[in-house]
Ligand binder design. Structure first.
Ligand code: AMP
Ligand code: MG
Length: 992
């Protein structure tokens, strides 16, 4: 024993030092002692033992014997202790002999059977898990009242369990709720002194057992108790095999980021904590001797003990993973759970409440109490009409070199509204819109509303079948279009009445109609627009949005981000995306200027940046994958007019915002989140300057934020109970923003728009399918989907819809569609099992053509990978993790054919740089080289710049090889194809 004495004053530091200083295992000693004089005869003896020679049981024996000796020697008596029968060394020799052969085999077989396939307990952490486990930790303490403890003791007696088992069962429930799993493995220490001879020995006997409990099927707590009892008794019967040996046998590959087999340790000590009645003579244990920061061996280490009838507990936790506040909340949840179990153990475990009353109030009220009054109108277009009446001569719309004043815009819209009324359009009619971006498009939206109807945006590049389906499904009676783009829409199934705005006869007819609005009013819950989104069962669904939803969304934006009538907003989002709605209506309802990008050029960053500069745009919107490219794009200046950038439609990386802030000093980036079913957006947050990160982790995602006004957000579990802060749940959205329904789909509507469990007034909530969690600051974090829906560059896709088209091809037996990669590089991938074993899957070009007959271009996969069979998990489900990387089996581009002639060579060069491909052949397919619509817009703009030729975007989809596109470019009568020297424009493309 190496000992030293210390003067008063260094007290706690010395004690802590005793505990933390390392031991030298090679030379020893493995015990350290320090005696501190507190006052006169009052002393504190601080002892530290290495775990390899000592355990908790030893500690008790040691204290008992030390005090016995102390008292005896003080009184001048001889050593009162009986001599030991055996020593630790004797036990070690015995154990080595006994634990061999059949004994070991039987124990190993037990653990192998119990622990094969044991899942990792994925607790929601506050910070990303470091690749190598950190041992830095801290501790939080809590207490369970005696009343609850008594009831738990009574329950244990009644069910034939120990208190440990009862407490563990409750803890399993807590871990299951936090980790979102019903297969929970928890470690627990056992004294491992089940032989009388070992009871009084000092030394390391303790072993660790893994208690794996099945919580599936939502058992009642008493049923769960029986399961835990069985688990624990089985484990005790096989407790001799050292844990290290179990790990060696069962764990093939060690993961350095976490402990093997279990990540959380749970223990209960049935002996009084306080050390019995205090007596100055006998020495009390030092209160608070355990420091607040200490090394930890697991993600969490939870221990409960008896304390004068009540229970006290502590949670030691890894500070690399958790904030103290999170653990504090966790102790509250464990206590709440224990109280609920004590009160009624017959409840299903999924129904046991975790939340304390104030927490529940916060989650369901405080954080989502967002009431705001709306402007006293029924539709947003009424505000625009007011603007036009007040300031008819101010500029409303700028499109190329054309401008429209508010007065002109309203006159144009009103005339068209009269024409629509003449064609039979009225309340609740649906009017299809298929127009090039321009003043007509803006006027047509207003006209539909002035006529009391709703609009359905149509993209002429969609397959004819799909457009026909949408027209019929929505009950569209009248189509307003530009013949140049929409002529194909008027087939046998098309609408009976068409208004071609580019037809001279229409212009004449319109000119004769009054410029004042028809006497029509709308009601707040009347239909404003219908937007179709991908449907998982193969049919797209029409989301019906009301005027009140639109009014609420735009009013929120004006309250929160206040647009002055001197500002300019860029309009670039196609009407088929609901984000276009605020882009159009926020500026027009506030008297600002709307600047339109040229038709087909919304993804062309050169054009967009040019407009931002020359038009001194103040507000612009980007889908995050385009924002990433925008941030990397060369700008001529730092864009000093810009004051707000809105991002939405998919997850926004923190790093892109930080990069943007480093280049532009004026604008604030805001993240917008929301499903189409919820009138554009339901939540939002701004990214604070200067770094856009605040406490948001670099490499992570910007939170989706707090609810918009008059919107309520709830994060619920499967039983529709609110989940605690930090724990993942599904986002439910309620309030003014809710869509009315999916048109003509009552079953689907009922499935997604459910009764709001917390409104109590019969109103509904939308099940978003998004997995989110609350942060402690009241913002939401986006975690992913609970279903298979994906986003590719902002396009919402149900893989099931693509799969159903693919399996309809006779050459395909089964198909799985998913995504690969991130952000702008994220691609849709199809895995296909061929119908016959001999032929393999159809050629990619054929599959593409097949798909293009039913789905829009963005739903056509970039890669088609053949599989002999779909990989399955042991229980027969698709094993997504086992799907191979698409690159590995990407179809080889056709044999390289060198481009010939200037145009082909220039085109191949453009493709190479846009696609980041070194050598592009004349016959290579744009899509097989990894091309997609976002890149196609870049190719089109390069062609304009480098070849001085206009090609429509659709041309690339029709003719996706260099050679066929070259033929089009050369044959184009409209343009003289001549390569232009790209002065100052020949810069590297963002993707290369
Ligand atoms: P959409 O109906 O096209 O607006 O798609 C809605 C879906 O896109 C949501 O349910 C989310 O899955 C995703 N989404 C939209 N905005 C965001 C955002 N800001 N962050 C993360 N995901 C988003
Ligand atoms: Mg949205």
């Amino acid at each position: 024993l190496s000992g030293s004495t210390h003067p008063v004053g260094e007290g706690n530091a010395v004690i802590a030092g005793q505990g933390l200083a390392p031991f030298d295992l090679a030379t020893g000693p493995l015990v350290r002692a320090a005696l501190l004089r507190v006052d006169g005869d009052d002393h504190v003896l601080a002892l530290a033992f290495h775990h390899v020679v000592f355990d908790e049981w030893s500690d008790r024996a040691f204290q008992r014997e030390l005090l016995a000796l102390y008292e005896a020697f003080r009184a001048g008596l001889p050593d009162p202790l009986a001599p030991l029968g055996i020593q630790y060394a004797d036990f070690a020799v015995w154990q080595r002999q006994w634990l061999s052969g059949e004994v070991v085999d039987a124990q190993l077989a037990y653990w192998r059977e119990r622990l094969t396939g044991v899942p990792i307990l994925e607790l929601p952490t506050d910070r990303p898990r470091p690749p190598v486990r950190s041992t830095e930790g801290a501790v939080r303490r809590f207490a369970v009242p005696a009343r609850t403890a008594d009831a738990l003791r009574a329950l244990s007696r009644e069910r034939g369990t120990t208190m440990f088992m009862t407490l563990l069962a409750a803890f399993d429930v807590l871990m299951s709720r936090y980790g979102g799993s019903d297969d929970i493995a928890v470690g627990t220490p056992v004294a491992n002194r089940n032989r009388a001879e070992t009871e009084d020995l000092l030394g390391f006997f303790v072993n660790t057992l893994v208690l794996r409990t099945d919580l599936s099927g939502d058992p009642t707590f008493t049923e769960l108790l029986a399961r835990v009892r069985e688990t624990a008794l089985g484990a005790y019967a096989h407790q001799d095999l050292p844990f290290e040996q179990v790990v060696d046998e069962l764990v093939a590959e060690r993961d350095r980021s976490r402990t093997p087999l279990f990540q959380v340790l749970f223990s209960y000590d049935s002996e009084e904590r306080g050390g019995g009645p205090a007596s100055g003579e006998r020495g009390d244990s030092v209160p608070g001797a355990l420091p607040d920061s200490l090394p930890v061996k697991f993600d969490l280490m939870v221990s409960l003990g008896e304390d004068d009838g009540a229970l006290t507990g502590e949670i030691q936790f890894s500070t690399a993973l958790f904030d103290a506040a999170t653990i504090e909340r966790m102790t509250g949840h464990l206590t709440a759970l224990l109280e609920a179990v004590a009160a009624d153990p017959g409840r299903p475990v999924g129904a046991l409440p975790l939340l304390t009353a104030p927490e529940r109030d916060h989650l369901l009220r405080t954080w989502t109490d967002t009431t705001a009054t709306l402007p006293p109108v029924n539709g947003i277009h009424e505000l625009i009409a007011e603007r036009a009446a007040a300031r008819p001569d101010s500029v409303a719309v700028v499109s190329g070199d054309r401008t429209l004043t508010y007065g002109e815009l309203l006159a144009r819209a009103n005339r068209l509204a009269h024409l629509l009324r003449q064609k039979g359009v009225g309340t609740e009619s649906v009017v299809g819109l298929c127009l090039e971006r321009g003043p007509d498009m803006v006027a047509a939206v207003l006209a539909v509303w002035q006529a009391g109807a709703a609009y359905l945006p149509l993209d002429p590049s969609y397959p004819a079948d799909r457009l026909a389906y949408m027209l019929a499904d929505s009950g569209t009676s009248v189509l307003v279009g530009h013949r140049e783009v929409a002529a194909g829409l008027v087939g046998a199934d098309g609408p009976r009445t068409v208004v071609w705005l580019d037809d001279p006869a229409t212009r004449t007819a319109l000119a004769a109609l009054p410029a004042i609005a028809p006497r029509v009013s709308v009601l707040p819950l009347q239909l404003a627009y219908v937007i179709y989104t991908s449907g998982s069962t193969g049919r797209p669904k029409g989301v019906q949005i009301t005027h009140r939803g639109v009014l609420n969304r735009v009013s929120w934006m004006q309250d929160r981000h206040r647009l002055a009538d001197t500002e300019r907003v860029l309009q670039k989002t196609p009407l088929t995306f609901d984000a276009s709605v605020w882009e159009l209506l926020w500026p027009l309802s506030t008297g600002a200027e709307l600047v339109l990008v040229e038709p087909g050029r919304h993804g062309d960053l050169d054009h967009v940046v040019e407009l931002l500069e020359s038009r001194r745009i103040t507000v612009v919107q980007f889908v995050p994958s385009l924002f990433k490219l925008f941030v990397a794009h060369p700008w001529p200046s730092a864009l000093p007019s810009l004051r707000a950038v809105f991002c939405g439609g998919e997850a926004l990386p923190v790093d892109d915002v930080a990069r943007f802030y480093a280049r532009n000093a004026t604008a604030v980036v805001a993240n917008l989140y929301g499903p189409t079913e919820n009138t554009i957006d339901a939540a939002s947050t701004e990214c604070p300057r200067p770094h856009g990160t605040a406490d948001w982790s670099p490499g992570g995602l910007v939170p989706i934020g707090r609810p918009l006004t008059n919107v309520r957000l709830m994060v619920l579990d499967e039983r529709l109970q609110p989940v605690p802060v930090g724990v993942a749940g599904e986002l439910f959205i309620a309030g003014e923003s809710l869509a009315r329904a999916y048109g003509d789909r009552p079953a689907l509507t009922a499935e997604r728009f459910v009764a709001d469990p917390y409104a109590g007034d019969g109103s509904r909530a939308y099940r978003s399918g998004d997995q989110v969690r609350w942060r402690a600051d009241g913002r939401l974090e986006f975690l992913g989907r609970v279903d298979q829906q994906v986003k590719v560059r902002g396009f919402r896709i149900e893989p099931g819809e693509v799969e159903s088209v693919l399996t309809a091809h006779p050459g395909v037996r089964s198909a799985v569609v998913t995504t690969w990669g991130e952000a702008a590089d994220r691609a849709l991938v199809a895995y296909l099992v061929p119908a016959g074993p001999v032929d393999g899957i159809p050629a990619a070009a054929e599959l593409r053509e097949h798909l293009r007959r039913s789905v829009p271009e963005f739903m056509v996969p970039t890669f088609f990978t053949e599989l002999a069979a779909l990989p399955l998990t042991p229980n027969g489900k698709l094993d997504r993790a086992a799907l191979p990387a698409p690159e590995a089996s990407r179809p080889e581009a056709v044999a390289f054919v060198a481009p010939s002639g200037t145009v082909e060579e220039l085109l191949a060069g453009i493709w190479g740089r846009v696609l980041g491909v070194e050598r592009v052949g004349a016959q290579d397919d744009f899509f097989e080289l990894g091309g997609h619509s976002l890149l196609a817009t870049q190719v089109v703009s390069r062609i304009r710049d480098v070849l001085d030729a206009e090609v429509p975007l659709a041309a690339l989809f029709d003719r996706p090889t260099v050679r066929s596109l070259a033929a089009l470019v050369e044959g184009s009568a409209r343009t003289t194809v001549r390569p232009v020297t790209p002065v100052g424009r020949d810069r590297p493309l963002p993707l290369s």
